[in-house]
Design a protein around this ligand. Structure first.
Ligand SMILES: [Fe+2]
Length: 496
């Protein structure tokens, strides 16, 4: 068995290959248009220290690399469901890994950042991330999967000097609830004790952990952050994210009064001032000794707002960020100030993996309302069920019916014909989750919506098969063309 000291030394060896980046942006190639964004920054005399780019087509990423040869780039991955005990058995996993390696290489990425979260589990699919089950077994599985991805990167994305991008695991946001049997910081301790990954601490995600766990009824936000940071493996944090928070469009209007707002992670929304206060507290922490970069995460945000917030963040934090990046340990892990959970664990055995597969299938059934809230991981959720109820009755239906493709916009004819037959669209939400189904391609929520809606319509109204098939074909064609157009737009902009 490999000791935790060895694992931490391996992390430090990999960390040494990552130069300090300072403050930068985590962006999407298309939304807002990355080339326009960079130009607008230049016009203002601003230059982000680095860009972390969300997964796009490899062609688009290659063009970005060529267009900004002077900017360090990093990669924000998507679709490697490392929380899942059966991910390595997925028929698409090797293909997904190949794509990750190719994309890392195309931008000469500093690292691979991936959320510790899922959109597909136990045969059920979601449009936005749900957090992992916070249990020791789940941490063990995450660590094992990360080790395997890191090995693949070491082989396929090695640079000329033999080094490879480092896997960074991002603590995900909570969207109204969290399930598990252990505190979230302990979960990340278990993961980092077993694998040499780095971490991304997202300040807005941290706020949602306060908001949607029982701790917000017990202590102040400042006290929560202090306690959380004391227990979290902060010395593994390589990057910090700051993004917007907002109430979801499906939620009721905020009531005002004493209660904390029901904000969730919202990259298009302005960054609330409270997150900057939290950032200050994090940057000042003595255990933050591996920091290399701080990014405002700005995909889908209006460019004017990005410029304004970035200029303000640089003014307020660049010195603090420099000071934090200069902080080092004298070697080994930082002084242990609080209780630490057990160190390196054995890899999960097959019966445990099967158990966790079953737990995740039940997780999907519980949060979609197909199964009752029961079991040790769900005790805290059951005590304060309003969060999960909000997720289940408004957030999730909105995701299936409107998010990432509005059904009435996608299928105008079929929706009209269903309405005439008395079939209500919300029935599609139950249909979506009524049973697990094998994956037919790598994760793509838009294509999945088309596939599932076709099945729904042909089950409820078999006579509509031909007409709905036509709408599906048109959508798939338009989707493929939109991707091609995206390619040619970036081509034109590069030429211009
Ligand atoms: Fe983030």
């Amino acid at each position: 068995m490999v000791g935790s000291d060895f694992i931490h030394q391996d992390f430090q060896r990999r960390l040494r290959e990552i130069p300090a980046q300072g403050m930068g942006l985590s962006v999407d190639v298309y939304s807002p248009d990355l080339f326009e964004l960079v130009n607008r920054f230049r016009e203002r005399g601003l230059q982000p220290g680095y860009l972390e780019i969300f997964k796009a087509t490899t062609t688009a990423l290659t063009k970005v690399r060529q267009a900004v040869p002077d900017l360090p780039l990093a990669y924000h991955g998507e679709g490697l469901w490392i929380t899942q005990p059966d991910v390595q058995a997925s028929p698409f996993f090797q293909q997904d890994l190949d794509e990750v390696a190719m994309q890392l290489n195309s931008i000469q990425s500093l690292w691979l950042n991936h959320e510790c979260a899922i959109k597909q589990m136990g045969g059920y699919s979601f449009g936005t991330y749900v957090p992992p089950l916070y249990t020791p077994l789940s941490a063990q599985v995450v660590a094992g999967n990360i080790a395997m991805v890191q090995q693949a990167m070491d082989r396929r994305s090695a640079r000329a000097d033999g080094t490879a991008p480092l896997f960074l695991l991002e603590m995900p946001p909570l969207t109204y609830f969290s399930a598990g049997t252990m505190p979230i910081p302990d979960f990340f301790w278990l993961v980092t004790a077993s694998t040499p990954c780095g971490l991304v601490l997202d300040i807005g995600h941290l706020w949602t952990v306060y908001r949607y766990t029982a701790v917000c009824r017990r202590v102040s936000l400042e006290r929560f952050v202090a306690e959380f940071l004391a227990a979290f493996p902060l010395e593994r944090v390589v990057e910090i994210h700051v993004a917007g928070l907002a109430c979801h469009e499906s939620a009721d209007q905020p009531k005002g009064g004493e209660e904390l707002p029901e904000w969730i992670d919202a990259h298009a929304a302005p960054i609330p001032l409270i997150l900057f206060t939290m950032l200050e507290q994090v940057l000042a922490h003595p255990n933050l000794v591996s920091l290399r970069a701080v990014a405002l995460e700005v995909d889908t945000k209006p460019i004017e707002l990005i410029l304004e917030e970035y200029a303000e963040a640089v003014r307020r934090f660049s010195l603090l960020v420099q000071q934090a990046m200069a902080r080092e340990t004298s070697g080994g892990r930082v002084k242990e100030t609080t209780r630490r959970p057990a160190s390196v664990q054995e890899p999960a055995c097959q019966p445990d993996r099967q158990q966790l597969c079953d737990d995740y299938a039940r997780y999907a059934q519980i949060i979609s309302g197909q199964a009752p809230i029961a079991g040790p991981e769900w005790q805290e959720v059951a005590m304060e069920a309003s969060g999960l109820t909000r997720y289940r009755t408004s957030y999730l239906p909105h995701e299936i019916l409107h998010w990432g493709g509005d059904l009435e916009g996608m299928f105008p004819q079929a929706c009209r014909a269903l309405a005439e037959r008395g079939v209500c669209l919300p029935e599609f939400v139950d249909f979506w989750f009524q049973s697990p189904r094998p994956l037919t391609h790598s994760y793509d929520f838009f294509l999945l919506k088309i596939e599932r809606f076709f099945e729904f319509v042909t089950e409820r109204a078999p006579d509509m098969r031909v007409s709905v098939q036509q709408e599906c074909d048109l959508l798939r064609l338009a989707y493929a063309q939109a991707n091609d157009v995206g390619e040619s737009i970036t081509e034109m902009e590069r030429a211009g």
